[in-house]
Design a protein around this ligand. Structure first.
Ligand code: 6GU
Length: 224
């Protein structure tokens, strides 16, 4: 998978891809992330990328030309499956969206700033708009990191134990059951004995019951 991220602040995202699992995914060639500094496509001596909104009002708008030039250049190099604009008014990210995107080959993420991007960029290029929740960030960069992380970890070969993405919370609309590791007892707190029984069918039943119980308690909406 290849992800091209268009942003005025690529520095904000680099560390997210330079450590741990995502770094390994890139080192193994399973994912490529390319940053594109929008400023490089800015207009004039000052590399302008934003301007005042027509009709007045507070805040600046990201102009169409720099974004169109950058996106068109990328599109001339390969076919993109989705061109995603990260924006608080997009559809809220969930595991199903991450699953859907994880089987694509080429994605563009556009990180907005200020009041957002000229509507014509959305009309012309954007195929999908995604938010990471009902709150406002200063820009789309952190949202782009969240989305890229959620998608890249699902690529085959990225996680050591391929099972583990399948048993994530949300993959079956249930939260995960409680987990334990050594020691068996700590300050009087014991690991549930079923987990020490070696009886794998009973353990699976217990985990499923616990997942249901926890989902009912914390996120009843997932069971609807
Ligand atoms: Cl994608 N962008 C911004 N700026 N704020 C957000 C968001 C995105 N998702 C939630 N809040």
């Amino acid at each position: 998978m290849r992800i091209d991220i268009i942003s005025v602040l690529p520095e904000l995202m680099e560390s997210s891809f330079n450590a741990s699992i995502l770094k390994r995914a890139m080192d193994k060639g399973l994912a490529e992330v390319h940053f594109h500094q929008l400023r490089a496509y800015g207009l004039g001596k000052y590399r302008q990328i934003d301007d005042e909104p027509y009709g007045g009002g507070a805040g600046m708008v990201m102009m169409i030309e720099p974004l169109d030039h950058c996106i068109s250049e990328l599109k001339s190099q390969r076919n993109y499956d989705e061109i995603i604009y990260l924006t608080p008014d997009g559809e809220t990210l969930n595991q199903k969206i991450a699953n859907t995107l994880s089987i694509k080959d080429n994605l563009i993420f556009i990180c907005g700033h200020y009041k957002g991007i000229d509507q014509r960029v959305r009309d012309l290029h954007v195929t999908r708009e995604i938010s990471i929740g009902d709150y406002v960030l200063t820009g789309g960069e952190l949202a782009a990191c969240v989305l890229a992380d959620a998608v890249i970890r699902l690529l085959p070969g990225v996680l050591n134990d391929e099972q583990s993405a399948l048993t994530d919370s949300f993959q079956d609309d249930l939260l995960s059951p409680p987990i334990y590791t050594r020691p068996e007892e700590y300050k009087g707190l014991r690991v549930p004995s079923i987990l020490l029984s070696g009886h794998s069918a009973k353990i699976e039943d217990w985990r499923h019951e616990e997942a249901l119980r926890i989902t009912r308690e914390k996120r009843p909406d997932l069971l609807d």
